[in-house]
Design a binder for this molecule. Sequence first.
Ligand code: GLN
Length: 447
Amino acid sequence: FLDRIETFNPALNAFITLDRDKTLAQARAADAKVGAGGTANSPLCGIPLAHKDIFCTQGWRTSCGSQMLANFVSPYDANVVEKLAAAGMVTLGKLNMDEFAMGSSNETSYFGPVKNPWDVSRVPGGSSGGSAAAIAARLTPAATGTDTGGSIRQPAALCGLTGLKPTYGVVSRYGMIAFASSLDQGGPMAKSADDCALLLNAMAGFDPRDSTSLERPAEDYGRDLEKPLAGLRIGLPREFFGDGMDADVRAAVEAALAEYRKLGATTVEVQLPNSGLSVPAYYVIAPAEASSNLSRFDGVRYGYRAPEYDDLTEMYSRSRAQGFGAEVKRRILIGTYVLSHGYYDAYYLKAQKIRRLIAADFVEAFKACDVIMGPTSPSVAFAFGAKSADPVQMYLSDIYTISTNLAGLPGMSLPCGFGANNMPVGLQIIGNWLGEAKMLNVAHQYQ
Ligand code: GLN
């Protein structure tokens, strides 16, 4: 894998930090565990993977795709990193991403865009675009990602992979650089549902260092992979099949649904009447939380500091003005505005109320079905520059993924054929609360 990275990464820009010595040392340690007399306690022992650069990795640079952290070497491991290392997995390096995970195309990274290996003139999706491109190009068999508003599922869809966003609270956020804390959730990206199940088994679990971590017994997320689908009820939200989806995406999704009916599932129409409000609600709530979370980057304790300033205030403002890119500044401005006195009730509080309605819609819909299906993204991977000039167009890439985050529910994307220009299409499965094993079962039976 290291050799493949050396050969192919320059054209893709998926990896932004490599350390061959560190990787090989981890690999040797894993070999020792599985070698004669060794005690490999995990099926993942010795398998390489790479981390989205939002996860703190001790001794490796952790940049979050930003100039602000371009010189930051983490003194500790994120819980997810710790857990995958404990399973014997070997870190190949750190993966490019949209700056602070804000984006849907990987064009906002300080380290430059990531190319989609299926067609290098197109985006890989975002914000976990480096993770998706690296797996699609076989530079790593698996990667971590984070999903605040679709950032695991959408790049998985655009690069022809399987990705899973767990129920909020299943995977610890400790050491995962915060974007919007009430929405952020880490998860696995790989080639198949069974790989994702193995990875999730290692990543999930209660962590007292994350105040929203769910305290519950461990489960085997792959336990139902082989269960037949006869009797499965698939909910199809009317709102996901209206205008807004490209014809090629619709055709691939419909074909996958036909396949599911052959496997014994039935489809029922359900309604998510408030899902049209998910993008506006998200783009109030996520920036609000981001404006607060990103206030810690002040040039004092770590990260970028402007080289010249006259006083403390100027040091703060110059460090932030120079260290953050345009999209991050836009989010900070929006977030500060919607939280400010006089606007809080009109925007932030209103968005929170809409969030509650969106969650209630899912509760109602799941009375009639076991899983919900629809497209992951309204289009296949688009060309560089196609949406970057118009933030609203870019934000609309997230119309099918964001309601899941607002409701705290698990979601997956899996490949379901090809659309225009032979680019991959993703089928989205949304599970009920803690319905990961069911989603993985449903995905695996199709794969
Ligand atoms: N595209 C969304 C945004 O820009 C999603 C980001 C994410 O899930 N990290 O906010």
